[in-house]
Design a protein around this ligand. Structure first.
Ligand code: N7H
Length: 452
């Protein structure tokens, strides 16, 4: 059985608070850090069990994860069996299709040793918790970078900055998920947690129940995206100009802003469907009951290129046993679009107005999880394979490795009336600002292996 008192809370369930701070640090004094980790920090770290009941949830949830250089700084040299983790994300930058000049300085290289993830209802709580962590650790750590996550305000809560509901589809985990919802992939815990059922890689015992955390600071060019979508309104008869624009946007994602999947709501948004978790994920892209429907060629309902189809092809690959799944635990960061930005259709260059997604993915293999998804599916214009027209890269987060910033990306399938036609995406809506690969250790390692 999974030890839910030992597995950090963010991995399987998510800290799910409206504010989340990612505090990236370097370790200056390993001996002091190790002793404080065991004596004071370990007891602050939130377990999975604690998050399961409202009564045991702390005011501010705390998780901690280490980069490879972080572990070596602590004297831990055991192989965790993951070479991408060993190299760090900076070395993986070009395979991911990133452009180095877009990376924030703190992520360039391997200087980030660890990250604290702090989640609470208010920024004041985060400040308090961080202040106590900093007073415990003193000069043994230095801040390198931080990302301030915050749920969007009002009726946009739960929506990412482009306006789409997020956090709907997550894998269910055998031996953990109590009730599996229709359409959820039910997977072995070993796909997410090291050393558990279904993880066939050799791992050190102390790492059992840990998970690799892929962090990405993904800037979103929101006014540009909104303008592009309204400029490319479809011309489906019976829909207004605005509905045709919303439909175009929904087909880029595979879901309407409400969260309703276009596979089940192909022409009109359906808020009741969106809000019903027994139905909003219950689709496969195949429609065996529809006479003459051919999964290999028919993208009338959902484009092969849609973001949720590129990242989880469902019936396109025959089964969910692809070995390529992640648990997502990201949160938006940055302020709302200003009136100036909205009216000009251009994001401000003021750094304080940068906004996007603080992307977090958990998996037991970065190679098969985040990295594979980004490199072999999202950035591969021919995926999903075997379709009549190459789908193109993922319109939201895809770019072919090695392509210049201004290379237009052709994406097909967006127009249900003329699916073979391509739209040329001539601006990037998402700019990767960098990140790092971390290991979120089992809590027992914090006063065990990591403190020894
Ligand atoms: Fe994506 N978006 O608003 O466009 N994502 N994503 N993602 N994403 C999903 O189904 C978004 C990113 C996945 O199970 C939804 O919960 C944005 C990366 C996967 O059907 C929306 C960014 C990767 C799924 C977005 C971003 C993925 C998914 C629908 C970056 C991996 C679940 C909500 C700025 C490489 C698929 C939902 C499934 C869903 C958006 C990044 C992967 C709205 C804005 C980097 C696996």
């Amino acid at each position: 059985a999974l030890n839910l008192n030992d597995i950090q809370g963010d991995i399987l369930i998510g800290m799910k608070k409206n504010k989340e701070r990612f505090f990236f640090f370097g370790i200056n004094d390993a001996a002091t850090f190790k002793s404080k980790l065991a004596s004071d920090i370990k007891s602050l770290v939130t377990t999975t069990n604690q998050l399961l009941s409202v009564n045991t949830q702390p005011t501010t949830a705390v998780n901690i994860a280490f980069s490879h250089t972080g572990l070596t700084t602590l004297g831990v040299t055991d192989s965790l069996g993951e070479s991408l983790f060993d190299q760090g994300q900076f070395a993986d930058l070009s395979s991911l299709g990133d452009i180095e000049s877009n990376w924030v300085p703190g992520f360039k290289g391997t200087g980030v040793h660890g990250v604290f993830l702090l989640a609470s209802d208010t920024v004041a709580n985060l400040d308090d918790q961080l202040a106590s962590i900093q007073s415990i650790l003193g000069d043994s750590i230095t801040e390198i970078h931080r990302v301030e996550g915050a749920a969007r305000p009002g009726d946009q809560e739960g929506h990412e900055h482009f306006g789409y509901m997020d956090g709907i589809s997550q894998p269910a985990v055998q031996g953990f998920t109590q009730s599996v919802l229709p359409g959820q992939a039910l997977l072995n815990p070993g796909e997410f947690l090291l050393g558990t059922d279904g993880d066939s890689t050799t791992r050190p015992d102390w790492a059992t129940g840990g998970s690799f955390l892929a962090f990405r600071q993904m800037q979103q060019k929101v006014p540009e995206f909104s303008k592009f979508v309204s400029d490319h309104a479809l011309s489906v008869p019976g829909l207004s100009q605005e509905e045709n624009a919303d439909l175009f946007g929904a087909r880029l994602i595979g879901r309407w802003k409400s969260g309703a999947p276009v596979d089940l709501a192909p022409l009109h948004d359906d808020v009741n469907l969106a809000n019903d978790n027994t139905r909003n994920n219950d689709f496969t892209f195949d429609h065996p009951d529809e006479a003459g429907f051919n999964l290999a060629t028919n993208q009338t309902n959902c484009p092969f290129s849609a973001h949720i189809r590129k990242t989880r092809p469902r019936a396109d690959l025959g089964s969910e046993n692809t070995g390529h799944h992640i648990i997502r635990a990201g949160i938006p960061y940055g302020p709302e679009v200003t009136d100036d930005e909205a009216s000009s259709g251009t994001s401000s260059t003021d750094p304080s107005l940068e906004r996007g997604l603080a992307f977090v993915a958990y998996q037991s293999s970065i190679q098969n999880g985040f990295h594979f998804m980004q490199q072999s599916w999202v950035n591969n214009a021919n995926f999903i394979f075997g379709k009549p027209t190459p789908p193109g890269v993922d319109p939201i987060i895809g770019r072919e490795a090695g392509s210049a910033m201004d290379t237009a990306r052709p994406v097909s399938g967006t127009d249900p009336l003329n699916p073979s036609q391509s739209v040329s995406l001539d601006i990037e809506f998402v700019i990767n600002r960098g990140g790092e690969y971390f290991f979120s250790p089992p809590i027992s390692a914090l006063d065990g292996k990591l403190a020894a």
